[in-house]
Design a protein around this ligand. Structure first.
Ligand code: HAM
Length: 422
């Protein structure tokens, strides 16, 4: 057997890749409208960056990172997500000193997590994400959420559910932490080993445990919303009011904790409600991460963002039966018959392309009929036929392949004539 593709990765072949390009273009267009600028950071970073930001107690850091030691003995990790690197770059490049604030950035690129591959879960997947750093105005939270919703809408998705929560500020969370310890401690022996560990390192993570989801103590666990202090609660109310004002429907789920440690205040996820969508319904996740910039060595600046994967987006489009528009036609297919015509066809092809047309010819030595077939397969609008008779007269035959209409064009200055719309 030949060498196969690594588990949890996929080739995106022509025919499929056009959908990706369309999605990427839609992402770039919406970012332009909302004034988010593209940032490109390395595929790998120092391992410590993710330990400090995503958090030592998370599944991502504990179980899912592709970490390796390079030849210089440094521990590096293929990025499992984009926020940490963007924040690192923001601090390192002193973007907090820029005149335009907040700093609004977006990225599209591959991320890597060693997860158990299944529908909607890959080991290499592409995230589109945005980050707005430098403002703690609830209006920016609302903008980030609305950009995600608008992006999905522009692509034609309708069956979406926006779930939001507040994780509060540091003091709200430490009050919750104490309450969680008091709640789980007496029966922690009934929980998985990870949760037993989590009780000591980060009890909030217990609420996100997939194994113990059904335990009765999960249902009765203290809710963060009961532990929000006044400022946090006020902040959350403002975000909700702004979302309502924009006509964005949402539900509040106090159990939404997210799988990364850097969040506080607003946290949100967007799910697909389409029938037939797989078991993993989260399309997009994000939230506020005040304190993260400082954690990676920058000044104390607030931030908020989201990320979504193109893979899950494509599944949601499939589940809702939305077909993305695909451009798959070409302008001209040159059919040259005979050696002399061929010598004419090659430079003509180049001139057509230079003039901005998409054009193709036969390279397989096909007969006339088969060349027409090839032109049809490429959805060519016109065939340019150059045969011996046409050459003698200094002309080519231009055939509109859909209507069958034919015109004769002078070979001399043909491209000029075509440009002027013959
Ligand atoms: P996350 O929830 O870990 O958040 O991932 C965001 C999205 O990436 C998920 O909702 C899902 O669509 C997609 N995703 C995650 N893992 C996989 C996978 N194995 N296969 C396919 N898709 C996947 C973050 O990554 C944060 N950095 C989001 C953020 C940005 N928060 C603030 N700014």
């Amino acid at each position: 057997m030949g060498i196969q593709i690594p588990r949890g990765t996929q080739d995106i072949l022509p025919g499929e890749v056009e959908k990706w390009q369309y999605i990427e273009k839609t992402a770039r267009d919406i970012c332009q409208k909302y004034q988010y600028k593209e940032i490109r950071t390395p595929i790998f970073e120092q391992t410590e960056l993710f330990q400090r930001s995503v958090g030592d107690s998370t599944d991502i850091v504990q179980k899912e990172m592709y970490t390796f030691t390079d030849r210089g003995g440094r521990s590096l990790t293929l990025r499992p997500e984009g926020t940490a690197a963007v924040v690192r770059s923001y601090a390192e490049n002193k973007m907090y000193g820029q005149t335009i604030q907040p700093v609004k950035l977006y990225y599209i690129g591959p991320m890597f997590r060693y997860e158990r591959p299944q529908a909607g879960r890959y080991r290499q997947f592409v995230q589109f994400g945005i980050e707005a750093i430098g403002s703690d105005d609830p209006a920016i939270d609302a903008e980030v959420i609305s950009l995600a919703m608008e992006f999905y809408r522009n692509l034609g998705l309708r069956e979406l559910r926006l779930v939001i929560n507040s994780l509060g500020d540091r003091s709200s969370r430490s009050a919750l932490r104490e309450a969680l310890v008091a709640h789980f401690q007496p029966n922690i022996g009934e929980f998985c080993e990870d949760c037993q560990q989590r009780l000591k390192t980060n009890p909030l993570r217990i609420l996100d445990c997939k194994k113990d989801r059904g335990h009765k103590l999960m249902q009765t666990a203290p809710s963060i919303l009961d532990y929000l202090n006044e400022a946090s609660s006020e902040y959350f109310e403002k975000v909700k009011k702004l979302l309502k004002g924009m006509g964005i429907d949402f539900v509040v789920d106090p159990n939404l904790v997210r799988g990364l440690d850097y969040y506080n205040h607003t946290a949100f996820e967007i799910m697909s409600e389409a029938e037939g969508f797989g078991a993993i319904t989260t399309l997009c996740g994000g939230g506020r991460y005040d304190g993260l910039v400082e954690e990676v060595g920058g000044p104390d600046k607030p931030g908020i963002g989201f990320a979504l994967s193109v893979e899950r987006l494509l599944s949601a489009l499939d589940a809702e039966g939305v077909a993305l528009p695909q451009e798959e036609s070409i302008d001209y297919f040159i059919i040259a018959l005979g050696e002399e015509a061929e010598e004419y066809a090659v430079p003509l092809l180049q001139q057509l392309r230079r003039a901005g047309f998409s054009a193709e010819k036969d390279y397989m030595g096909r007969k006339l009929k088969a060349q027409f077939k090839a032109a049809e397969r490429l959805h060519a609008k016109y065939a340019v036929i150059i045969g011996e008779d046409e050459l003698k007269e200094g002309k080519a035959l231009l055939k509109h392949l859909e209507t069958g209409e034919q015109t004769s064009v002078e070979l001399e200055n043909m491209v000029e004539q075509l440009k002027s719309g013959i």
